[in-house]
Design a protein around this ligand. Structure first.
Ligand code: HEC
Ligand code: HEC
Ligand code: HEC
Length: 460
């Protein structure tokens, strides 16, 4: 799809090179398109593939559902009337053309990093490379007090950085390119950095892992134990290009989407730059030696190898029954997967070795789906349709998860049916929404007082 678009663009370029001016415009639009792919604008703004960027997609956030708007150049329903300055303000300051504040479900805290030059290219692409779609999207309705958009002003005052990117001159150009992409367009931290009480990214714990709806985006600092410091740069490039690193990790959920729409299409140089930068991100609070979630089940580590083969379970074991009935056909009767890694082993796997069990539960509930140049990867969901043959209820999924964790994964983790119910409903919700839903005025006042306190503390 992207390749097709690129070749069309190349063709257009060839034809329009009659005048130098048109050719440079096309190069600008093409640069903008690449940036839009890197920034994955389509992930949220495209609800139906036949109408790219026409909005309407519902973004589940811990504080309620937020609807992504139409960002095609339609003058009636999209951003056709946006000036470049207004476009820059929406992307980097979270302010709409009418002056209203956007919710941070639009990752403007990340896009704040975009340079003027890149904003210029993105604007050119959205104005002349995207088809206008005259179709309005539904309105977002959040519970009081979050429906007051101006409250974002306080939030921005606390958590939004000044627009643009300040290079670190002590580092290489490629390191800086990597940091620019990671912090900006590729917005890795919006998923991988834990959030505080007010949903802000905790900068002092950057990339140490966070819940994103039903999925958990693991620690991706360079720490060899808590993070993925044991991966080589090439390992990360392989993972971002294909969505899998044999014997270590696969991408499901929102990471699979990001790879499908965005990361796999980045140039070799950009993926290399991202890998170079990520290898320099520290996690000071964690141990630097010990077993990581990738060494769990390493051949030679006999504990896990033993787990992989210890299948002397009584047949009456409900977990074993669920496993052999639903999972063994693909993942093998000992959870060993297939040799080519197409069906991954369940030991030697970050999804079963992680301390947070969300990805194991979510994989069983929602399956895996990913499209890359290597083809389509699909694992069926077991939680989707209550009447389907392969439907598993919360108790069954808890029993099965515990059986898998005990045999193949992290033995210190247990899963309860309540946890499965929570993941089934889209993941834990934020304390803010609990406050808002309680409807107690005192709670609202507490939030405001808290915001004021933070502003006061920051000002000092
Ligand atoms: C993670 C989801 C997400 C991504 C990625 C994303 N957006 Fe958005 N965007 C939203 C949501 C949600 C809104 C509406 C927020 C609101 O109503 O407060 C929005 C609103 C906007 C608006 C304001 C339009 C209007 O007038 O209503 C613009 C412009 C915009 N996005 C452009 C972009 C561009 C360009 C990109 C890529 C560089 C992008 N967005 C990537 C979620 C996203
Ligand atoms: C939209 C949310 C999102 C974004 C953006 C995102 N990730 Fe992820 N990432 C996840 C989730 C969720 C997982 C867990 C996937 C799984 O295990 O199935 C993950 C997994 C990973 C893993 C594998 C870790 C492991 O232990 O299995 C790596 C490495 C990674 N991401 C790197 C990155 C980098 C680098 C970026 C930016 C270029 C990025 N991610 C952007 C959500 C995201
Ligand atoms: C029809 C084949 C098939 C069946 C049946 C199946 N899986 Fe999978 N499973 C896959 C594929 C394909 C992947 C993804 C591989 C990849 O991402 O490259 C996968 C991935 C996984 C992962 C890793 C997910 C991640 O985010 O890293 C886990 C855990 C898993 N499966 C557990 C199970 C369990 C438990 C069952 C039984 C309830 C099951 N699978 C049934 C094919 C299957």
């Amino acid at each position: 799809m992207l390749r097709f678009k690129q070749s069309t663009l190349a063709l257009m370029l060839a034809f329009s090179s009659v005048t130098v001016h048109a050719a440079s415009d096309d190069a600008l639009v093409k640069k903008g398109e690449y940036l839009a792919v890197a920034a994955d604008c389509t992930a949220c703004h495209t609800a139906s593939v036949s109408q790219p960027f026409a909005g309407g997609k519902v973004i589940a956030s811990p504080v309620g559902e937020i609807i992504a708007t139409n960002i095609t150049p339609s003058k009636a329903d999209g951003i056709g009337n946006y000036s470049e300055q207004q476009f820059a303000d929406a992307l980097r300051k979270g302010i709409r053309a009418d002056g209203a504040h956007l919710y941070p479900a639009m990752p403007y805290t990340a896009y704040a990093t975009l340079t003027d030059e890149d904003i210029h290219a993105l604007y050119a692409y959205f104005m002349s490379g995207v088809q206008p779609v005259d179709h309005p999207t539904a309105q977002t309705h959040l519970p009081f007090p979050l429906n007051l958009r101006f409250s974002m002003m306080f939030w921005n005052a606390l958590f939004l950085n000044a627009p643009g990117y300040q290079p670190d001159t002590a580092q290489t150009a490629s390191w800086n390119r990597g940091r620019y992409l990671v912090e900006g367009a590729a917005h890795c931290s919006t998923c991988h950095t834990p959030r505080g009480f007010l949903m802000q990214e905790k900068t002092d714990a950057a990339f140490t892992g966070a819940q994103v709806g039903p999925w958990f985006a693991p620690n991706i600092t360079a720490n060899p134990v808590s993070g993925f410091g044991q991966w080589s740069q090439q390992d990360l490039i392989t993972y971002l290009r294909t969505g899998r690193l044999a014997g270590k990790a696969q991408a499901a959920g929102s990471m699979a989407e990001a790879i499908t729409h965005s990361f796999q299409h980045l140039s070799d140089e950009d993926l290399m730059a991202i890998a170079e930068y990520m290898q320099s991100v520290p996690d000071h609070t964690a141990f630097a030696s010990g077993a990581s979630r990738f060494t769990q089940g390493e051949a030679g580590n006999n504990l896990a190898a033993f787990r992989g083969h210890a299948f002397a379970e009584p047949v009456s074991d409900e977990g074993a029954r669920l496993f052999s009935g639903n999972c063994a056909s693909c993942h093998g009767s000992s959870g060993q997967g297939t040799k080519d890694g197409f069906y991954p082993s369940l030991f030697h796997n970050s999804a079963t070795a992680e301390r947070n069990s969300s990805n194991l539960i979510a994989t069983i509930l929602f399956g895996v789906e990913r499209d890359t140049a290597q083809g389509n990867v699909f694992m069926p969901p077991f939680g989707a349709q209550p009447n389907a043959l392969n439907h598993l209820d919360n108790q069954q999924i808890a029993t099965l998860s515990n059986w898998i964790l005990h045999r193949y994964g992290n033995q210190n983790v247990t899963v309860s049916p309540e946890q499965v119910a929570e993941i089934r409903q889209g993941g834990p919700s934020s304390p803010l929404v609990l406050l808002a839903q309680s409807g107690v005025v005192a709670a609202v006042l507490l939030v405001i007082a808290f915001i004021l306190l933070l502003i006061w503390r920051r000002k000092r």
